[in-house]
Ligand binder design. Structure first.
Ligand code: GLU
Length: 309
């Protein structure tokens, strides 16, 4: 039996919130620095439509790196396995998300996986459409379908703030362009990528998306296969091997569910065939994961034996 009530969830939230003071809000994207470090919101979405939530659930978060799993799913559907993995690898790095180091030491200069920034930029490059607006619209439509919420959009302030300060991501793009991994104009790709990262929703929407991954790509209401099963499987595997930055190994041992985090303090979890989880707690630990969010998930996993291993 899993968590049954909002009160049960609230108890876990109140306990986990205590560690938020030990974390720090990301401010390398200036607009993210405005978040309240003490916030914590969680939601659980079950396949029967039940949705539990607790904490500061009215807050909206930008997806940041969580968007990388979703753009990967879209691009695998658009372009197919061979084409995508010609541009990006499948191996965890153990390096920080924005590291350029491995690109230079590899024989073929292709990013090691789609969850680090270099790999995510290569994936976003593959989103089909005739211009940035059309490509973003396709991604948004896909996300709206998975969340069951047609109102999801992106936060212009956060997108603009990242676009103006994304010097490292520009460097990654130029490196990838030099090596033929990306072919489009770098400013255009960054425009799309920063808007993708700024896609905004609350933790209930996030849990609903996690649920679609958890259910092997099937929409829990319409029962439509919105992501092919194999694509959902690939995405969840990346979530396990590199979804939680260079703390993915520790997360797999301590919590043991496919999950993806972002520097905004969001975490999307997909407990296979059971439920989806959305978490938002902007104070981050030293690896860049929501410190209170991790604490919450640790307790949740322990209480309900969620580890898949
Ligand atoms: N937009 C962020 C960046 O590219 C995403 C990073 C993250 O959430 O890990 O730096």
């Amino acid at each position: 039996m899993y968590c049954q009530s909002n009160d049960e969830l609230l108890e876990l939230v109140n306990e986990a919130r205590k560690v938020a003071k030990d974390g720090k809000v990301a401010d390398y994207i200036p607009a993210l620095g405005k978040a309240n470090p003490g916030d914590l919101a969680v939601a659980i979405h079950y396949p029967d439509g039940t949705c539990l939530s607790a904490g500061d659930i009215e807050r909206k978060i930008t997806l940041q790196s969580i968007s990388k799993v979703i753009s990967l799913a879209l691009v695998l559907m658009d372009r197919g396995y061979e084409h995508v993995f010609h541009h990006v690898g499948m191996e965890p790095t153990g390096d920080p998300f924005n590291s350029i180091a491995k690109l230079e030491t590899m024989d073929v200069a292709k990013p090691l996986n789609p969850m680090i920034n270099a790999g995510a930029l290569a994936v976003t490059h593959l989103i089909i459409g005739s211009n940035v607006a059309e490509r973003l619209q396709r991604l948004l439509k896909f996300i709206q379908t998975m969340a069951g919420n047609p109102d999801i959009g992106y936060c212009q302030e956060v997108a603009q703030s990242e676009f103006e300060t994304a010097f490292l991501n520009r460097a990654l793009c130029y490196f990838l362009k030099e090596h033929g991994i990306i072919k489009e104009d770098v400013e255009q790709l960054l425009d799309l990528y920063t808007k993708q990262c700024a896609i905004e929703m609350n933790c209930l929407d996030l849990a609903r998306i996690g649920l679609v991954f958890a259910m092997d790509g099937v929409d829990p209401d319409s029962k439509a296969q919105v992501i092919p099963k194999d694509v959902a499987r690939i995405c969840k595997t990346f979530m396990v091997t590199c979804g939680m930055y260079n703390a993915s190994g520790e997360f797999a041992i301590k919590i043991g569910i496919p999950a993806k985090s972002g520097v905004s303090g969001g975490i999307m979890g997909a407990v296979p065939r059971k439920f989806g989880i959305g978490v938002f707690g902007p104070a981050l630990d030293e690896k860049g994961n929501s410190i209170a969010g991790i604490k919450f998930l640790e307790q949740l996993s322990r209480n309900y034996s969620l580890s898949m291993f």
